[in-house]
Design a protein around this ligand. Sequence first.
Ligand code: IVH
Length: 680
Amino acid sequence: MTEVETVKKKIAALRNQINYHNHRYHVLDDPEISDAEYDAFMIELKKLEESYPDLITADSPTQRVGAQPVAAFGVVVHPRPLLSLANTFSDQDLDAWYKRLTGLVPGQKIDFVCEPKIDGLAVALTYEDGIFTVGATRGNGYQGENITQNLKTIRSIPLSVSPQAPQRFEVRGEAYLPKKGLKKINEERAAEKLPLFANPRNAAAGSVRQLDPRVTAGRPLDIFIYALGWSEGGDMPATHWETMQYLKALGFKINSNVARCRDLDQVKAYCRDWGGRREELPYDVDGVVIKVNSIALQEELGSVGHDPRWAIAFKYPAVQGTTRLIDIGINVGRTGSLNPYAVLEPVSIGGVTIKQATLHNEEDIHRKDLRIGDWVLVQRAGEVIPEIVEPIISRRTGEEKIFHMPPTCPVCGAEVLKPEGEAIHRCTNTACPAQALEAIKHFAGKGAMDIDGMGEKLCTALFEQGLVKDSGDLYYLTREQLIKLDRLGEKSAARVLASLDASKQRPLAQLYFALGIPNVGEETAAILARQFPGIDKLAAVGAEELMNIPSIGPKISDGILAFFRQPQNVSIIEKLRKAGVSMESAEQPAGDLPLSGVEFVITGRLELSGRQEMEARIRSLGGKAASDVTRRTDYVVAGSDPGSKLARARSLGIKILNEKEFLTLLESHDGGETKQAKLL
Ligand code: IVH
């Protein structure tokens, strides 16, 4: 054996040993050796790798603390979207959900799996040929941020799994900070006079989204895996429960309180039981996730919008407290809406100090009979902005005042109108400074152009000084202008200019969202970016073409058309273009793919191939794999026992393919052919 071969063998043996003990310690909570013995293995491995750097691999345990800072997070497109969950709050809600399920799959016995709903951050981990290759945040469900290096620092995430695992697969789970971890971090932050994290979820999100993975490594993050996202190559279990056991056997950390429930009564008992005991858990739980156990049934049930029908969250009551409603303030939003908010006497609820709460609109204030000066019951639930539940009428003194919306805009003094049939009051002045300022803040903010350092305060200062009148002006700011501003030093100014520059290359979806087109949120912006890979294409679109896009209705379509008709908006876009802001998608435009614009629904059991795999293939060819048969469906693929979707397809006259015909169609498009499927 040559020297290198001997070293190679030694390295492999050390890695095996370290991985084994790591799993015992971090996943099974049952170590076999002391920390010192573990450290000795690590030191030996590090030394060998230093002498033979060619032998370092991405899955080596030494690579957990990524030495290279991530310049910026790249985008990861999720092959299967990460869905969210609808909420239930009572036994009655659960009954209604169960009734809907049994109505959809009559006569089928349904059993469930119940799991604690962890309050953290959803992540997706991809493994290829047994190696952890990509870790991503949920993002908007369709695309997230690449946080692989940071996730590698979480010891309970295996960097490699058995070669018997599927060739490619993705697991999903919740990255979280245990309660103790949050306490420790907040103590450290308090000592350094840094702002404290309000709750474990914020702390987890903040820790995972660090540009320097060494910071993440210093945070005691952990993870529970709760789903197999998709897999290629290998047969997968038929139930969620078995899938969890399978993932556990592969080395993933599964919550030990996951339970099988034979019927809805057992589900309710599980929810009740943990409702009383959740404080005992070492991590924060805001409810229970209930899932239909059979994967075939899950697929048959499909989803509505972003929520699956086969799973639901049972939420525990939010944390509540009482305080005084000192005043009602008004914010003017970027569409001119007058948004009332409650100014509260500061109160600590569940460890978080609450000073403000949302009030939605005037009707809502009157419906709740809230008066200025009232004692009120306030609640906060996780991330959600606190809200007022009700006034405490018994504590009224008679001094309380009834609130009315002002007849004029508190910012510009223009007339305020409440359009017929709407609940919102609006300022009628489109040039209202509040609207312009809100549009700038939105443009620079999270999920939009994400301009680091350009927060609310700086936007306001720039706007008030007349340096920035709209978002197009941001890119023409100079160093001199910035350092003249109060409290902005040379360093911060340079940082702001650098992040402005970096933001010019944001993905097109972010630009579409940042522009503040009415009714275009992050998800719609992502759909538009796929459909219109350049802003000129979007600006030139007509109503008919827009309405042909699944998930774009008349409200969004009108918003887009109106937006591009406004000369101010066109002028902002021109300023951005001149400044060098990227206005085209780097990705392959959807229109060039052979199945773009073609919508499929698969129903029944496929015999020759896995459904997930087929759906992924449809998507990779630019098509859409939908779960419901509608007028927009182009093809229904019918496997065995197809159910009601097939009948609906027949009644709508939609083309029906059997599995063989479908595979032939897919094969005819693989390999870069660009023939439209509709021609078949
Ligand atoms: S399943 C379609 N299981 O809750 C299934 N989610 O409101 C969706 N979460 O984004 C996810 N614990 O971040 C699932 N045991 C669990 C969970 C869980 C926490 C989070 C997850 C998801 C959110 C949905």
